[in-house]
Design a protein around this ligand. Structure first.
Ligand code: ZN
Length: 412
């Protein structure tokens, strides 16, 4: 038995208020009280007066700990002699009076530290509470047989488990597994190619975290480290996730040729499951001239008339054909621009894009009908659409074919 060196003031109790010794008993538990007072000094003063017929070993208030009786002696505090000779009593100062008898935050913190200290010095082990047990290592005054009191009060009593848990955390800190530290150093982001098949290694455990096939490009290599004399890179993805996944530097080489983005393992997204992107039908790419022609061929009555460009007729001079092809190209670009503009607000299906391209071709034939065509594209009203079409029909006869095709498309 010893005393707490957390004590800030020794304030001896009067000998008439406690008993020397513990009748041969060891300290087996701690009993928490509230003082029913907001003044720590009032406790020391009361115990120092003869004839108080009560005492405790310690008093806690704010960050102060007062001691009144040596732990080796028996204080009269828990209304039960069997308990008195086996326990240490602590008075806790209240921050408010009846009925809540609250405890200030810093008082509670000091109480936890003192409880932990007493438990440790007296080898009480992990503290536990149980009002029905004979000798719990932590209890409240009212838990004791013979006590007719609310002590330690409605605020402190429900927190006994919390006190036990907090004190146990101090005396039995959780064992933290120490992992080997892999020291990563930031580098300018690299994009390198796998010379051979490479394992992605967990540098903590040596576990294989996935493969990189020979020839694959790994982008976003943002850190490097050296383990067992070998240099490894780590991707931005691993860095962000906190994975110590290393890619052996000597198995990588600079990228020499331009590679399509689809074949790059983008370390920013994923690194082990490589996804090769397969462009789908609605991929944002312009419909090619060839596709326009292919689509056009499917239409009855149209045949190869528009090949190689709209307006081209059998027997035309090569220069004339070339001129039409150039114009058609320009027109495609123009249509692309229009699509780009409109796309800001809406998504066009490939079919709709086709109509826009055809309208572009119509433009060639119609000559200077651009505003009309644009108006036609933008209208959603059937009547207006018809009227605009009518105006366009006034142009050349060749235009009819395109108009029919257009109407067919619009129907779909
Ligand atoms: Zn009490």
């Amino acid at each position: 038995m010893s005393n707490s060196n957390l004590v800030t003031r020794w304030w001896p109790a009067n000998l008439t208020n406690y008993t020397k010794g513990r009748e041969g008993n060891k300290i087996q538990g701690i009993v928490v009280h509230h003082a029913a007072s907001t003044s720590l000094d009032s406790i020391g003063a009361a115990f120092a007066r003869a004839g108080r017929n009560g005492s405790a070993h310690y008093g806690v208030g704010g960050n102060q700990i007062h001691q009144y009786v040596d732990e080796a002696d028996t204080t009269w505090h828990c209304s039960n002699w069997w308990g008195n000779v086996r326990t240490v009593g602590i008075e806790t100062i209240n921050s408010t009076g009846a009925p809540n008898w609250e405890i200030a935050l810093n008082t509670f913190e000091t109480l936890v530290k003192l409880v932990a200290d007493i438990a440790k010095r007296n080898n009480l082990g992990r503290l536990w509470i149980n009002p029905k047990a004979d000798m719990p290592t932590l209890s409240g005054h009212k838990d004791w047989y013979g006590a007719s009191t609310v002590c330690p009060g409605p605020s402190l009593y429900p927190r006994l488990q919390e006190i036990a848990d907090r004190a146990n955390a101090i005396n039995f800190p959780p064992v933290v597994e120490v992992k080997p530290v892999v020291a990563w150093v930031d580098i300018s982001p690299l994009e390198l190619k796998a010379k051979e098949k490479i394992d992605i290694l967990d540098l903590d455990t040596g576990a294989d975290k996935g493969d990189i096939q020979a020839g694959m490009i790994i982008s976003n290599l943002v850190q490097e480290t050296t383990v067992n004399g070998k240099k490894y890179y780590r991707t931005l993805y691993s860095k962000t996730k906190g994975f110590n996944n290393g890619i052996l530097a000597e198995a990588l080489e600079p990228t020499d040729t331009v590679i399509s983005p689809e074949s790059i393992i983008n370390g920013e997204v994923r690194e082990t499951d490589v996804e090769i992107k397969v462009p789908n039908e609605d991929e944002k790419r312009p419909i090619t001239e060839k596709e326009v022609k292919e689509e056009a061929k499917k239409d009855d009555g149209f045949g190869d008339d528009i090949a190689p460009a709209p307006g081209v007729k059998p027997g035309m001079k090569p220069e004339e054909v070339q001129k039409l092809i150039e114009e058609h190209k320009k027109n495609m670009e123009k249509a692309e621009e229009i699509i780009g503009e409109v796309n800001k607000d809406m998504e066009f299906s490939p079919k709709t894009k086709m109509i826009v391209y055809l309208l572009g071709d119509l433009l060639i034939i119609a000559g200077t009908q651009a505003p009309l065509v644009v108006a036609l594209i933008n209208t959603t009203d059937a009547v207006t659409f018809g009227q605009l079409l009518g105006q366009l029909l006034l142009s050349t006869g060749t235009m009819l074919l395109f108009t029919f095709k257009l109407l067919k498309k619009k129907d779909k």
